[in-house]
Ligand binder design. Structure first.
Ligand code: MN
Ligand code: MN
Length: 311
């Protein structure tokens, strides 16, 4: 069987990389010939998880068509978040938990979307449905993906399915998911070692909102004051990135993973900033807004922004 790549989105997180590894393993058991690859290097949190379960970081690709004719997507579907030549390859499978936007194919495909907290929760079900047992290291990287996406089951994206999948996978992996999870999340919060330009790109996604090119980046911290001390430098880096990449608006969500609160920094025209203010029902103060209880870009940021831009 001809080889296919399995990968998650650009600027990969632990779900994008971990679930690609798990789904590739499952598909190979089911008779496909796949390789898990990534559209970027692992972030610090993902590197911690890979090391904990003995995985090497998947090979990084930016284009697929020179090596394979067909691909499988996990943890994304929007083409601007995918491989650069996604339009030139055949997408045979998608397993995802995001909104579906601008996704078109010329061929029939397997498409599975569920509104659960993590793609690994869907893949966990698929292992069961196919009677394939989950090796302990694969269970560990899947548990890591769920911990990451749900912030240890605390994000509002968390569903009863995630409450079931994480303990089950943690048991297979032989970990205490509370203590392992906190260590893993903390491994991703060391912002002191990185420049503002690096930090605004670690976990950033582009969205097309009513024709506007909107960039939403998120960083996890355990000390909001430490991050906010660098506010002016963040705003400068965001302005530079917005000019270089033609973003109409750039939003940085700085999330305190310990108390589940966020601070937003916003760069854009006055008109676009007004849309942002409408989306969240309050005024920006010097390009800054407190967003108590907001931790999920997918569920608490993109939907109100989409609604405000389309109104
Ligand atoms: Mn992701
Ligand atoms: Mn995800």
């Amino acid at each position: 069987m001809e080889k296919e790549f399995v990968f998650g989105h650009q600027n990969p997180d632990t779900d994008a990389i971990g679930t690609a590894i798990a789904y590739s393993y499952l598909q190979n058991k089911l008779g496909y010939n796949t390789e898990a690859v990534a559209l970027g290097e692992p972030n610090d949190e993902t590197a911690y998880a890979l090391k904990a379960f003995g995985f090497k970081a998947p090979r990084v690709i930016t284009k697929a068509g020179s090596e394979v004719k067909a691909v499988m997507l996990v943890d994304h579907n929007e083409p601007q978040q995918s491989v650069a030549d996604i339009a030139d390859v055949k997408v045979t499978h998608v397993v995802d938990h995001h909104r579906i936007m601008n996704f078109n194919t010329s061929n029939p495909l397997y498409y599975r979307a569920e509104p659960v907290g993590c793609t690994s929760t869907i893949v966990w079900k698929m292992f069961h449905e196919n009677n394939v047992s989950i090796p302990s290291n694969i269970a560990g990287i899947m548990a890591s993906a769920i911990i990451s996406d749900t912030l240890l089951l605390k994000s509002p994206t968390t569903t009863p399915d995630d409450h079931e999948s994480l303990p089950a996978l943690a048991k297979l992996a032989g970990i205490d998911y509370q203590s392992y999870g906190l260590d893993m999340l903390k491994a991703g919060t060391n912002i002191a070692a990185k420049s503002e330009t690096e930090l605004i790109d670690v976990d950033a996604k582009s969205f097309s909102l009513n024709g506007k090119n909107v960039r939403v980046a998120q960083i996890n911290v355990v000390d909001l004051a430490e991050a906010m001390a660098r506010k002016e430098a963040f705003l400068a880096a965001m302005k530079t990135a917005a000019t270089a990449s033609h973003y109409d608006m750039f939003m940085l969500l700085i999330t305190n993973i310990l108390d589940s609160d966020s601070r937003a920094l916003v760069v854009g025209s006055d008109e676009d900033k007004a849309v942002f203010e409408k989306a969240f029902g309050q005024k920006l103060q010097a390009s800054e807004m407190a967003l108590p209880g907001v931790v999920s870009r997918k569920k608490q940021v993109v939907p109100p922004l989409t609604q405000a831009f389309e109104a």
